[in-house]
Each structure stands twice: as C-alpha cells, then as structure tokens.
Design a protein around this ligand. Structure first.
Ligand SMILES: N[C@@H](CCC(=O)N[C@@H](CS)C(=O)NCC(=O)O)C(=O)O
Length: 154
C-alpha cells in the first residue's frame, strides 16, 4: 500500500483544500483511510472521540453522529463508507479503482458493494458484537477442586 501525504488536522489548506476524514481508529472509517492511501491523494484526518461523534457539530455532518464522514474539497460532507469509497473512486479516475459508469464491470462493483453492506455486514457485525459480549460476561473457568480431582482418579 502506498503512503500518501497525510496531513495533521489543522493544516487546512484554504484555497487548495484537501479531503478531510473524520476518523475513529478501529472503526469503519478505516475503510476510507485505506481508500485514500490507494488513491494516493493528500488528505487530512480529524481524529474523533466517541463523545465527539454526538456533538451538535458532528450531528450537522452526520444525522446519526457516526463516522466515517468526509469533507470533500468542494466543502460538502458525505457519509456512509461504501458511498464515500465509490465517490472517491469516481473523483480520482487516474487511480483506476472503478470501471466506467454503465459498463458490466461497474454493475458488478455496485452489486458487491451493496451485497457487502446489506447482506454480509449486518450479520457479521452482530456476530462480532455478540462474541465480544460473551467474552466480557463469560465466567472464569471453573477449576476442579482437589477433592474432585482425587475423585476422578478413583
Ligand atoms: N453504514 C455506516 C455505518 C457507520 C457506523 O455505524 N459507524 C460507527 C463506527 S464503526 C459509529 O460511528 N457508531 C456510533 C453510533 O452508532 O452511535 C457506514 O458504513 O459508514
């Protein structure tokens, strides 16, 4: 993976604005980081805390207060990770990450993106969450007492 110019938040470039990603490490916004690295354009990362996602300011960017959100170089905001990836691919045809609109290959891009978001991700997410709940609530493994161990040996 190429490492493109990642600017610190605050290095906003005024006229020559760069894409700004509102990012929470370990969340779905990592998909957008990956995409930006694949494209190889400069971008800026605004690191968010869980709490910052629910501020009025961020709700103004995403109605549910989630990440990822990107602020594009025209100043507009966009959310939903798959939509952002598709739009970034279209905005940077030089990266050759997406086939032309209307082509059979482009149809398959939509097919697999929507399949991933609607069919694969919801059950995978539920399963991952259930797994982490179980890990947190599972009682410590019960060790047999020495009396039981002795009993087993009989
Ligand atoms: N379908 C959305 C899901 C976004 C989403 O659920 N983001 C999580 C982080 S992975 C979030 O910000 N959750 C905060 C919340 O739901 O309050 C996408 O793919 O962008």
């Amino acid at each position: 993976m190429r490492l493109s110019t990642r600017l610190d938040s605050g290095d906003h470039l005024g006229e020559g604005r760069v894409i700004r990603l509102y990012h929470l490490p370990g969340s779905r916004s990592t998909r957008i980081l990956w995409m930006l690295e694949e494209i190889g354009v400069p971008y800026e990362v605004k690191l968010m805390t869980r709490e910052e996602r629910k501020t009025a300011e961020h709700i103004g960017r995403h109605p549910l207060g989630r990440v990822p959100v990107v602020e594009l170089d025209d100043g507009g905001f966009l959310f939903e990770s798959a939509a952002i990836c598709l739009q970034l691919a279209d905005l940077h045809p030089e990266a050759r990450l997406i086939p032309p609109p209307g082509s059979p290959a482009r149809g398959r891009v939509y097919q697999w993106c929507l399949f991933a978001m609607t069919e694969l991700e919801p059950p995978a997410h539920l399963r991952a969450r259930a797994g982490s709940c179980l890990r947190r609530t599972r009682p410590a493994r019960v060790q047999p007492t020495s009396a039981l161990r002795a009993h087993d040996r009989r």
